[in-house]
Design a binder for this molecule. Structure first.
Ligand code: 7TS
Length: 406
């Protein structure tokens, strides 16, 4: 599929915002959805809507087949051994909380260490803070280099014999840094620790092979990879998942319930208490079909082309600070001198250009960068070089406008 054909699949892109054709540069927050995903959700509700794993009626059977079919698509997409290792969650946040709660609380005690990096999203910090408070474990952070990367020397120093869990983002949502997961996994395993990967900004943008990455847990969100909101995935090693207690208790996840005690279903269902996110999972299945049709390697290549083009244009501008390394995933976080990022985003919005401004749910990283907020443009498979040109024009207008003020 060429770029024009890809863009045709996204109805939302073909509209004017504030009198200008929309330029959507906020896919790291949430991606847009192709027609096939919208139609899969629509078709489920029109034709198959029914609860899963219950009863024998035809709609229920269809819904169950579609829901479990989506799980198989996810399994293949990340190259997991078995669908037992694919747990549907509400998103990355719920997936990490599941590990922190079910694995962390059972396996940590005073004197143990949880190792994070200084670039983590709040969703990969706060669950660990809470577990540390509950168990007496300690948090440690792998420091950042001036360009926002980590070194393996620092990682090796921070991960010690006391480390039980290493939790690290695959790709930073602020810096665009791609972390060396494989090497960090090796360091963690050498110390008998497990590695939990926050893949929220990884899975949408590159081919994921959980075997190759050698990770113990991998968490990601559907809504950042063309699927609906409210669906995500926790992948885990089978032996680890088997030994973990469920995080939520209730319907769907039980085997036998007695008055004073109960037993759980086998994997993956013991972690899916309550009526699951059926339409969301089906939408995620359709999103994976779409991404596979385009090809994950093609998506990575395209984003690299767009981000390199944007970096070149940005670096030619005066009075701009770019955060993060030169080699990066498809996003640029930046600030214009003397302009608050919210003002930048507001002027751009008036031009029909959507970028994000704020702390990007990474307040500790903002403090490390010595800013309170930044602007961020993030790219996906549907963005074009013309989008970047429009952004740069918008930034020049912003500077012109605020130049009178300062
Ligand atoms: N981890 C990372 C690295 C993220 O970028 C995000 C969301 C999350 C975890 C949480 O994902 P959720 O789907 O559970 O909310 N990041 C962003 C962002 O950068 N702007 O808005 C949301």
């Amino acid at each position: 599929m060429d770029l024009h054909a890809i863009r045709q699949e996204f109805p939302i892109l073909h509209q004017e915002v504030n009198g200008h054709p929309l330029v959507y540069l906020d896919s790291s927050a949430t991606s847009q959805k192709p027609r096939s995903v919208i139609e899969a959700v629509d078709s489920y509700y029109r034709q198959d809507n029914s609860n899963v794993h219950r009863g024998v009626h035809t709609l229920g059977t269809r819904a169950t087949e579609n829901y479990e079919g989506a799980r198989e698509k996810v399994r293949k997409f990340i190259n997991a051994d078995s669908t037992k290792q694919v747990i549907f969650t509400r998103g990355t946040t719920t997936a990490i909380n599941t590990v922190a709660h079910s694995y962390g609380r059972a396996n940590l005690s005073s004197g143990d260490e949880i190792v994070l990096t200084q670039m983590e999203h709040h969703s990969n910090i706060i669950p660990w803070q809470q577990v540390a408070k509950a168990t007496g474990a300690e948090l440690k952070y792998i420091p950042l280099q001036p360009d926002g990367t980590i070194t393996l020397e620092d990682a090796a120093k921070t991960i010690t014999a006391n480390t039980k869990i290493v939790a690290i983002s695959h790709v930073s949502n602020v810096l665009g840094t791609v972390n060396p997961i494989n090497e960090v996994a090796e360091l963690a395993h050498k110390q008998d620790a497990v590695i939990v990967v926050d893949g929220a900004q990884g899975a949408p943008h590159m081919k994921i092979d959980v075997e190759d990455l050698n990770c113990d847990f991998y968490a990601f969100s559907g809504h950042k990879m063309c699927a609906p909101t409210g669906i995500g995935v926790l992948y885990g090693r089978k032996t680890l998942l088997e030994n973990m207690e469920p995080f939520e208790f209730g319907g769907e996840m039980i085997d036998f319930v007695n008055l004073y005690d109960s037993t759980w279903k086998e994997l993956p269902w013991k972690f899916e208490g309550g009526t699951p996110i059926i339409a969301g999972a089906i939408g995620l299945g359709a999103a994976i079909d779409f991404l596979n049709e385009v090809g994950m390697d093609n998506i990575t290549k395209h984003e690299q082309k767009i981000v390199s083009y944007a970096m070149e244009k940005f670096q030619a501008l005066d009075g701009i600070t770019i955060f993060g390394p030169q080699e990066r995933a498809g996003l640029i976080t930046f600030n214009l001198d003397d302009v608050h990022p919210h003002d930048t985003a507001t002027v751009l919005d008036a031009e029909g250009i959507a970028v994000r401004a704020g702390h990007h749910c990474a307040q500790p990283l903002m403090r490390w960068l010595e800013v309170t907020a930044t602007a961020r443009a993030s790219f996906y498979l549907y963005n074009t070089e013309e989008d970047v040109d429009r952004l740069v024009e918008g930034l020049l207008k912003t500077k012109e406008y605020f130049g009178d003020v300062f």
